[in-house]
Design a protein around this ligand. Structure first.
Ligand code: DMJ
Length: 674
């Protein structure tokens, strides 16, 4: 018998309330006490009904307001905790593993999306260690966690001292932000690498950051790195203004050129921006990728070039940023390149139409280039690991296995061409470490490293090839006895060396760092000196595309001779790439100084005032180096990135025990034994 509370229906103003009490309530009113839940509920309800509509509305509003505040503060307090404890969300990374393999740095690697057709291929994620206490980083941090450099803006119109001030200030600000967790500050597994030869050097000879990571002081960026950032921004300014979304900038004509029509420079430069900490530029480029990068185009692309620049660039940017957009795009282009492998021999064709899904060799031959078919492996293997779809890895591994068994090698040295029908080498008898063969050697070592140093055939082929180089291709020049790598054509030695060969000192040093024979680092040192001399002995201080070394001393002649057809410079990276490895592994500052000279000469002879840098036609004419009006995408993808890393004393800025660079300078994670 609930109390009947009746408000008078009229008159409209509520002048009195008529209350009818139940016997129970009457008893209470008469002095009895009833504290039952039911009674209290009824009593509250009666009081509530006694309130005016306005009073009730105010109370309801206050209640709702308190609830909302409570929910908000709960969520914001919970986030930091969740970020440390929960599994990564869609936009972060969780690393699938292939059986027996795991990454060196699982916490920094993003959550790849499993291939729908292969969901069972993944074991459970292994538990991650809690992050080490964050330390301040100058490199880039995960976008989802923190921007790379807080509000650092380099204004290219500023003078360089102003630029330095801004960066130093930003760096100081960042040092105070102890709560920052950067991608490099995340969990790092114990070092899996073999003892580097450089560890035999005195502590003082090493980069200052070779210390226990926990005790490591933040390494401030230095003036030379600032100069690289400035150079990048100058190049980017030209690209943005005159070539946005196109393949290459033509800085003099203030226009662009197309090769594949896929924004090559922009994609090649993504991870460089990340590493240099250019967040604003990165985000603008990311928007272009999200809104404009479409692979469904009736266009022929070169399998090798699009793999190393586009697939490689997207994969590494995905790893650094954790942004799944880049993995989605990588999967898309990866799938579209697969028709290249549909050949009688499974040695891929050079060209693929990514819109039509057809592939073909060049018009004049059914051959492919050996370096091209053997330098796409790092990228496709990583794509398989991320997607769980083994078809990518299977296709490229088959190529390597096949090449491993082929006859026609000369002590591990390979010819330059391979036939897509027969699967045999063609044009036998010509051996070079330059164009058309170069990255075959580089990828033997790098695949071995990527796979956790288990694939012995790769190592075997690499070691044999380096012995072949020593036996057949090494010579010394006159008058300075520079060690160089020449070429062999049908038994005849030629003292010709492409600038492309200058990847070799870096690769040799990387092998030595990974435990290969110590004489590789000796050879690396000698070749590094030679590559530097290819710049230093030239009038502009820039290397030509090809040099010929003098084998006999002649009065007034230098070691290096340059033919008129070879005196161009395309802003290539190989020498600074090797300088970076040499400095990382030896700590010898001369390598940084050599790189600094090269950067200054690029600025002097190839910088276009209105934005961008240009290839030049004549490195021997300082008064007119004959600009070619083209900035290759690898200038931003590789040359400036390696410069920035060379000048850094922070070994964790792309740690070489955790990442392996593809041949276009895009870092991919090293898999390590589980
Ligand atoms: C780049 O595309 C790559 O480094 C490739 O391995 C060789 N050619 C250019 C740079 O010189």
């Amino acid at each position: 018998a609930a109390a009947a509370v009746t408000a008078a229906a009229s008159p409209p103003r509520r002048d009195f309330i008529s209350v009818t009490l139940s016997p129970e309530e009457a008893a209470v009113g008469a002095g009895g006490y009833n504290n039952s839940k039911a009674w209290r509920r009824r009593s509250c309800w009666r009081k509530w009904k006694q309130l005016s509509r306005l009073q009730r509305s105010v109370i309801l509003f206050l209640f709702a307001f308190l609830v909302v505040c409570g929910v908000i503060s709960y969520t914001s307090m919970g986030e930091p905790w969740k970020s440390l404890t929960s599994k990564p969300s869609d936009n972060q990374r969780s690393e699938p593993e292939i059986p027996g393999l795991k990454l060196a740095n699982p916490a920094v690697l993003p959550a790849p999306q499993k291939a729908d057709d292969n969901p069972g291929d993944y074991p459970e994620l292994s538990p991650q260690k809690p992050p080490k206490p964050p330390h301040v980083q100058r490199g880039s941090s995960n976008l989802q966690i923190k921007p790379p450099w807080k509000n650092v803006r380099l204004n290219t119109r500023h003078d360089s001292s102003r630029v330095v001030e801004e960066l130093v200030q930003a760096d100081k600000e960042e040092k105070t932000e102890k709560s920052v967790i950067s991608w490099r500050g995340a969990v790092i597994e114990p070092d899996q690498s073999t003892e580097p030869p450089s560890s035999k050097k005195k502590e003082s000879e090493k980069p200052s950051s070779v210390e226990a990571e926990d005790q490591k002081e933040p390494v401030p960026i230095n003036d030379r790195q600032v100069a690289v950032i400035e150079a990048f921004r100058h190049a980017w300014k030209g690209y943005k203004e005159f070539a946005w979304g196109h393949d290459e900038l033509k800085p003099l004509s203030k226009s662009y050129s197309e090769w594949f029509g896929l924004g090559l420079t922009l994609i090649d430069a993504l991870d460089t921006m990340w590493i240099l900490g250019l967040k604003e530029e990165f985000e603008e480029a990311r928007k272009w990728v999200a809104n404009n990068l479409v692979f469904d185009k009736n266009v022929d692309v070169n399998l090798f070039e699009s793999t190393i620049r586009i697939l490689g660039g997207l994969l590494s940017t995905y790893h650094l940023s954790g942004d799944s957009l880049f993995l989605e795009k990588a999967k898309d282009i990866g799938n579209r390149l697969m028709p290249a492998f549909k050949t009688p021999s499974k040695i891929p064709y050079s060209d693929v139409n990514i819109g039509r899904g057809t592939a073909h060799p060049p018009r004049w031959t059914s051959d492919s280039t050996v370096a091209e078919v053997t330098s796409i492996q790092l990228e496709f293997r990583e794509l398989s690991r991320l997607t769980g779809d083994q078809k990518f890895q299977k296709a490229v591994d088959e190529v390597m296995k096949h090449v491993h068994t082929l006859s026609g090698k000369n002590d591990g040295l390979v010819p330059m061409f391979i036939n897509t029908n027969s699967g045999q080498f063609t044009h036998l008898g010509v051996y070079t470490l330059g164009a058309r063969a170069d990255s075959y050697y580089e990828y033997l070592l790098k695949q071995w490293i990527q796979g956790g140093k288990k694939e012995s055939e790769l190592l075997e082929d690499y070691m044999r090839a380096i012995e072949g180089v020593k036996q057949h291709l090494l010579q010394r020049s006159q008058p300075n006895k520079l060690t160089f790598v020449g070429e062999l054509a049908h038994g005849h030695f030629s003292a010709k060396m492409d600038h492309l060969v200058c990847f070799l000192p870096g690769t040799l040093a990387l092998g030595a760092h990974n435990g290969l024979t110590a004489d590789h680092i000796k050879l690396a040192e000698a070749l590094m000196e030679t590559c530097y001399q290819m710049y230093a002995q030239v009038e502009t201080g820039l290397s030509p595309e090809i040099v010929h070394f003098n084998l006999h001393a002649q009065k007034g002649h230098k070691d290096v001779e340059i033919k008129p057809a070879d005196r161009h410079n395309l802003l290539r990276p190989e020498t600074v790439e090797s300088l970076f490895y040499m400095y990382r592994f030896t700590g010898d500052k001369k390598y940084q100084d050599w790189g600094w000279e090269i950067l200054q000469n690029f600025n002097k002879y190839t910088r276009v005032p209105t934005g961008g840098y240009t290839s030049i036609n004549n490195v021997q004419n300082p008064s007119n180096p004959e600009p070619r009006d083209k900035m290759e995408s690898f200038f931003l993808g590789e040359t400036l990135k390696y410069m920035f890393l060379l000048f850094s004393d922070d070994i964790d800025l792309i740690n070489l025990d955790k990442y392996v660079f593809n041949t276009e300078a895009h870092p991919l994670p090293i898999w390590v034994p589980a």
